[in-house]
Each structure stands twice: as structure tokens, then as C-alpha cells.
Design a protein around this ligand. Structure first.
Ligand SMILES: [Zn+2]
Length: 109
């Protein structure tokens, strides 16, 4: 048999007081992230999913009624992200640069 006990706190916070307190706490956390000496983990490929309208219209039917509707599909936009191992902030980028990691010999005649 389970006994449910309701404990009422002596100092129940009013909603506005709780909002003020949480707002202050959020500001403190934002400052912690802002002042962090970020230590980012290895970036990962993290494509953004974007809903794009098709060139053609779709077809919808309910009973005898039918009509054309905009049709959509999902596209993956190439994007990379990295996360700070200390504060957890995440950064995104769509930019890349070429990486040259090997060479091949050139024989001139
Ligand atoms: Zn950080």
C-alpha cells in the first residue's frame, strides 16, 4: 500500500518572484558561457534539415472533394557543429576549407 504525503513548503514563492529568480539565474548562466575559455570537442557533421516547397503541387482528397495543395520535401543542408566540453555551448558553421593531407610525387620528363 502506497501512502501519498503532500508536504507544503513554508515559503511558497509567488509566480512573479519565481520568474524573477529564474531570470536572474539564466543571466548568471549566460555570463558563465560568455566568460568560458571554450574547449571545443572535435567538430561533427551535423546537417540542418530544411523543409522546402516542391516545384509541383500535391493532391489531396477527402471524400468527393479534391484539391491541389503545396507539396514539401526535406533537404539536408551541409553543416558542422562543435560543443564546448566545459560549458556545453554549441556552435554551428556552414563554411569549410579544403584540407590537404597527402602529397603525390611529380616526375618531370
Ligand atoms: Zn565553454
Amino acid at each position: 500500500m502506497t501512502i501519498n504525503v503532500i508536504v507544503k513548503s513554508a515559503n511558497i514563492m509567488k509566480p512573479q518572484e519565481e520568474i524573477n529568480q529564474l531570470t536572474k539565474r539564466i543571466e548568471e548562466l549566460r555570463n558563465t558561457i560568455k566568460n568560458c575559455n571554450h574547449d571545443f570537442a572535435t567538430p561533427i557533421y551535423d546537417p540542418e534539415e530544411k523543409r522546402v516547397q516542391d516545384d509541383h503541387l500535391g493532391f489531396e482528397q477527402h471524400g468527393v472533394d479534391c484539391w491541389l495543395i503545396p507539396s514539401f520535401h526535406t533537404e539536408k543542408i551541409p553543416r558542422w557543429s562543435r560543443e564546448c566540453t566545459i560549458c556545453g555551448c554549441k556552435e554551428y558553421t556552414y563554411e569549410t576549407s579544403p584540407v590537404i593531407n597527402s602529397y603525390e610525387p611529380i616526375f618531370r620528363k
